[in-house]
Design a protein around this ligand. Structure first.
Ligand code: URA
Length: 194
């Protein structure tokens, strides 16, 4: 998409001048005018290697998610709030490992996410976890524990549907049932658009 690639170029140029100039940019990808845009937190190691969001293990989780709601990867648009891989050195191995994105990283990428949403113009934005929920609503007090599984209007013709981040389910098995129920609610919500 022409405007999308212009945004990517602008982001790359500004990233080069930022404290994260050495980092690889992982831009969003997917359908040009999708019903649904999914927004994650930040890319991990597989995403950094391949330069694509939600591949590797996260991509497998995404496929299972899409199976439940009855959509294909190429039918949606997928992105992250932070478009570089946040890392720290593991004291044990000395290797780069993932860490949550910093406030500064989130702040740097927020205007680009807003621009990306305007360009893609989805009817529904699905956020995964707290970081994208706060980024999309602009409400620092919003919390996924309260907001998950319920659509929220975003202006006149867009809705936000917050979900837990799939990684949260790995660390907290009791959320698994809640997550499955939320997916079914999202599926039902999607049918109201067709
Ligand atoms: N991979 C991504 O691209 N984003 C996430 O939030 C998690 C894994």
């Amino acid at each position: 998409m022409e405007q999308g690639s212009q945004l990517e170029i602008k982001m790359k140029e500004n990233l080069e001048m930022s404290p994260w100039g050495e980092k690889k940019l992982v831009f969003g990808e997917g359908a040009a005018a999708p019903l649904l845009m999914m927004v994650g937190e930040a890319p991990g190691g597989d995403e950094e290697k391949q330069g694509k969001p939600f591949v590797g293990k996260a991509g497998k989780n995404l496929s299972a998610f899409l199976d439940v709601i009855g959509l294909k990867r190429e039918e949606i648009y997928i992105s992250n709030v932070v478009k570089l891989r946040p890392t720290k050195r593991s004291p044990k191995t000395g290797k780069a490992v993932n860490r949550p994105p910093s406030k500064e990283e989130i702040q740097f990428f927020l205007p680009y996410l807003a621009e990306e949403i305007m360009l893609i113009s989805p009817k529904i934005i699905v956020t995964l976890g707290n970081v994208p929920l706060k980024a999309v609503t602009g409400d620092k007090k919003s919390n996924i524990g309260d907001a998950h599984g319920r659509p929220v209007p975003l202006g006149e013709d867009r809705a936000l549907f917050p979900l837990y981040h799939p990684a949260a389910i790995i660390y907290n098995r009791s959320l698994s049932q809640v997550y499955q129920e939320d997916l079914l609610k999202l599926k039902a919500f999607l049918t109201s658009f067709s």
